[in-house]
Design a protein around this ligand. Structure first.
Ligand code: NZQ
Ligand code: ZN
Length: 405
């Protein structure tokens, strides 16, 4: 059974402690490290000459990466078409513009240079360019199987967080319908063919975006951890990654140019959502569902929204997964058992999560990211209801939103 990371899987059957069957292959070749860009020229040789270079607003030019990439593309004799200005929270209109360029220039490879938004948009373009009909309705709203040719995608990552560099995820915002929807395309068609990861590129990420990325990673780990009552290899991997991320993040907020910290954060991000951890795991993803609609209404940074919602969400559901919350409190946050009882231990774990969010410097309320009281019911009623331990309805979601407003 495959795990669709954006559709809550709370009702997946899983026998306690038993791994269910899976097949897994990830097609993305990772080039990691300070000199990873040196691998680009050789990778490009496998593709035809027409390249669509997709990037964001200004960052890649500021850090000199744009010039470096253009020089390599030119030296390899490529014809480069550019799609610049991809928004954080990429827009459906940008996907359509990219799709038009792909068809017009007979593009052989889409090279995304940027953060998750740029890479997500590139995947949407790749799958949508030769689709018949309404791509939004078919591939995002209806989640239809892709039945048209897909253009290969590759990425050069400049910000750690989403894991988009090694997965098939593509989260797109439709401003017209006020929806932000995640689609997980199959790894074999949409996951980047190769991704270049140089942690030094992330030094220039503004602190607000850095902490947003850090919490996005943390949330991916928790969404996969807090569901089911299983006890499989993935649970231990998830705990290890949470511990690594907490340690590295504490160093990165003190010194953004700490290579050890930034390289570990970057690898945690990639490992956090390349689907390996989710194998044979029940998963939740309801915090993501709520945040995506919060993002559709406020355009807030994804990880910041997740951090505001998470403590309120977990306080709302922890009794339904008490054993797991106790384990989390003890293993991840070092809460000691003095006989205070499981509920108190579990709650202390959530309190420590909240303290960590504050330590990162993330705001604590929805109003600080532009939500208004009038938006809360609209967000609640447009969120896909689901949940790991507790099946939520729109009223539950509204109560959670009010608790962190
Ligand atoms: O536009 P530019 O100038 O590039 O600036 C970006 C943007 O403003 C900036 N930035 C990126 N790298 C930089 C940099 N600034 C300075 N130096 C650098 N090296 O950071 C800002 C945010 O970039 P963005 O790509 O939006 O951030 P992130 O990587 O967090 O991506 C967020 C998007 O990914 C989706 C989110 O919902 C959101 O739309 N997600 C994708 C997932 C997936 N593919 O699996 C899973 C996630 O859960 C998430 O939903
Ligand atoms: Zn996320």
């Amino acid at each position: 059974m495959s795990a669709n990371i954006f559709v809550p899987l709370s009702h997946q059957n899983n026998t306690k402690h038993m791994l269910y069957d899976f097949s897994y292959q990830n097609p993305t070749r990772i080039h990691f490290g300070k000199n990873a860009i040196n691998k680009l020229a050789n990778e490009l040789k496998a593709y035809g000459e027409n390249i669509l270079l997709v990037y964001g607003k200004a960052s890649i030019k500021k850090i000199g990466l744009y010039d470096q990439v253009i020089n390599i593309l030119q030296a390899e004799g490529k014809h480069v078409v550019e799609l610049a200005g991809i928004n954080a929270n990429p827009r459906y209109t940008q996907l359509l513009e990219g799709a038009r360029l792909v068809r017009e220039h007979n593009i052989n490879l889409i090279l995304a240079v940027g953060g998750g938004s740029v890479i997500d948009c590139a995947k949407g373009i790749a799958c949508g360019a030769y689709a018949e009909g309404d791509v939004w309705q078919r591939y995002y709203v209806n989640q239809e199987r892709v039945n048209n040719p897909v253009v290969p995608v590759a990425s050069i990552l400049t910000m750690a967080g989403t894991g988009s560099e090694m997965n098939g995820g593509s989260v797109i915002t439709n401003e017209e319908t006020k929806e932000k929807i995640g689609r997980v395309y199959p790894l074999e068609i949409a996951s980047p063919k190769f991704s270049i990861l140089n942690p030094e590129y992330t030094y220039s990420v503004p602190k607000y975006q850095m902490i947003s990325g850090i919490f996005d990673i943390f949330s991916h780990l928790m969404e996969q951890y807090f569901s089911g009552d299983d006890d499989c290899t993935s649970d231990y991997l998830l705990e290890g990654l949470m511990l690594s991320l907490i340690s590295a993040s504490r160093k990165a907020i003190v010194n953004q140019e700490d290579y050890e910290a930034r390289s570990n954060i970057m690898w945690c991000a990639t490992m956090g959502l390349n689907k390996i951890l989710g194998l044979s795991k029940t998963q939740d993803w309801e915090v993501h569902m709520i945040e995506h609609q919060l993002g559709a209404y406020t355009d807030c940074a994804h990880g910041i929204g997740l951090a505001i919602i998470s403590p309120a969400y977990y306080r709302y559901i922890y009794r339904d997964g008490l054993h797991r919350f106790v384990r989390y409190a003890k293993v991840v946050w070092g809460v000691e058992d003095h006989g205070q009882g499981d509920e108190a231990i579990a709650l202390e774990g959530i309190n420590r999560l909240e303290a960590f969010i504050a330590e990162l410097g993330i705001p604590a309320t929805l109003r600080e990211v532009g939500a208004t009281e009038e938006m809360l019911p609209l967000i609640a009623h447009s969120t896909i209801p689901g949940g790991g331990y507790k099946q939520l309805n729109a009223e539950d979601i509204l109560a959670i939103l009010k608790a962190c407003y």
